[in-house]
Design a protein around this ligand. Structure first.
Ligand code: NAD
Ligand code: UFG
Length: 336
């Protein structure tokens, strides 16, 4: 299939691109490199021994995205491009709505113009908000607590309306917590500045770039008092996209699908697994709770199995060993 991948140079996009090329799909990447490096794409070429085109550009730019789509004539689009920092979204919400919502609108208009009928979209478990029950299934009430989460929810609703116009398919994937890296250690997560997320922070402590981890709260109502999340290996997430794109090609309408393992791990369990993977201690201290954090959540991942025939195969140990391999081989990310 010919697949346009927006945000294909990013963390999840680059791993998915690799899987799509390995499955013999043809790809075009559109990325403005606002949060990624073209080097990730060079490494995907090297790992797959496959070439693909890259268009540097912004998904919000309708004339440019239309021209790209017109020339490539994709049969499906996987839409990763967007902004993703929860904290930043509370400071510059309009920026988030512009990239995430307007970006998607421009993309859908450009797709309509050439009759491209299939899209897979990166949504997030953050759309659920405070859990009414666990695991979250796709029918759980939606109550995102920040502009980032609301931008994802708005796009989900837009996609449902778009897909209802006939002969179209939107697969909305609600990711839980993607971590880890490709087994080669050549591509991985490369956050700019101080990492917000747990595993990149732990990785940077282990490699000596940061002194210690701050564990945000140990007085939650969880098994060891620290926050519990459903961490999912980025390579499992990538394979879910390959399955979703095939599903979209054979179905009409919109489907919302959780992508997680169904298993929660606490902050301290992640630290322990990482210490084992890296073979060294990860110093940490207990800090106050982080505003807006939820104590515990994890996915009901049964719909993904039922509809896509997909389920996660990697363990927390795999996630930590691959994250460590990437971090130790590339202590400064793609900068070297
Ligand atoms: P990322 O920042 O690594 O990748 C996003 C890519 O999109 C980057 O390459 C960036 O340069 C590009 N981009 C951003 N705005 C753009 C624009 N307007 N036009 C063109 N390119 C643009 O992030 P990621 O972790 O790979 O996340 C991919 C998607 O998955 C995002 O939509 C994110 O919201 C969603 N998501 C991520 C997580 C997570 O924890 N990583 C969790 C749930 C959902
Ligand atoms: N944590 C720490 N110290 C840190 C970073 C995180 O203790 O330095 C803790 C958090 O308090 C939380 C857990 O580690 O208990 C996971 O935190 P992350 O920041 O890694 O992940 P979140 O669950 O907060 O959010 C992530 C993404 C969101 C996305 C969500 C989807 O950042 O964008 O997963 O479930 F929406």
């Amino acid at each position: 299939m010919r697949i346009l991948i927006t945000g294909g140079a990013g963390y999840i996009g680059s791993h998915t691109l690799l899987d799509l090329l390995s499955a013999d799909h043809e790809a075009l990447v559109v990325d403005n490199f606002s949060n990624s490096s073209p080097k990730a794409l060079d490494r995907v070429r090297e790992l797959t021994n496959r070439n693909f085109d890259v268009a540097e550009g912004d998904v919000r730019d309708l004339s440019s995205i239309s021209a790209r789509i017109e020339a490539f004539k994709p049969e499906a689009v996987i839409h990763f491009a967007g902004l993703k920092s929860v904290g930043e979204s509370t400071e510059i919400p309009l920026h988030y709505y512009d990239h995430n919502v307007n970006g998607t609108l421009a993309l859908l208009r450009a797709m309509d113009a050439v009759g491209c009928r299939n899209i897979v979209f990166s949504s997030s478990a953050t759309v659920y908000g405070d859990p009414e029950y666990l695991p979250y299934d796709e029918h759980h009430r939606l109550a995102p607590a920040n502009p980032y989460g609301r931008s994802k929810l708005f796009v989900e609703e837009i996609l449902k309306d778009w897909a209802a116009t006939g002969g179209k398919s939107a697969v909305i994937l609600r990711y839980f917590n993607p971590v880890g890296a490709h087994v080669s250690g050549r591509i991985g997560e490369d956050p700019w500045g101080v990492p917000n997320n747990l595993v990149p922070f732990v990785s940077q402590v282990a490699v000596g770039r940061r002194e210690k981890l701050h564990v945000f709260g140990n007085d939650y109502d969880t098994r060891d008092g620290t926050g519990v999340r459903d961490y999912i290996h980025v390579c499992d997430l990538a394979s879910a996209h390959v399955a979703a794109v095939s599903f979209a090609a054979n179905h009409n309408g919109a489907e919302v699908i959780n992508v997680g393992t169904g298993i929660g791990a606490s902050v301290l369990e992640v630290v322990k697994a990482f210490e084992t993977a890296a073979g060294k201690p990860v110093p940490y201290g207990i800090a106050p709770r982080r505003a807006g954090d939820i104590a515990e959540y994890y996915a009901d991942a049964s719909k993904a199995k039922r509809l896509l025939g997909w389920s996660a195969k990697y363990t927390l140990a795999d996630m930590c060993s691959s994250a460590w391999k990437w971090q130790s081989m590339n202590p400064n990310g793609y900068e070297d």
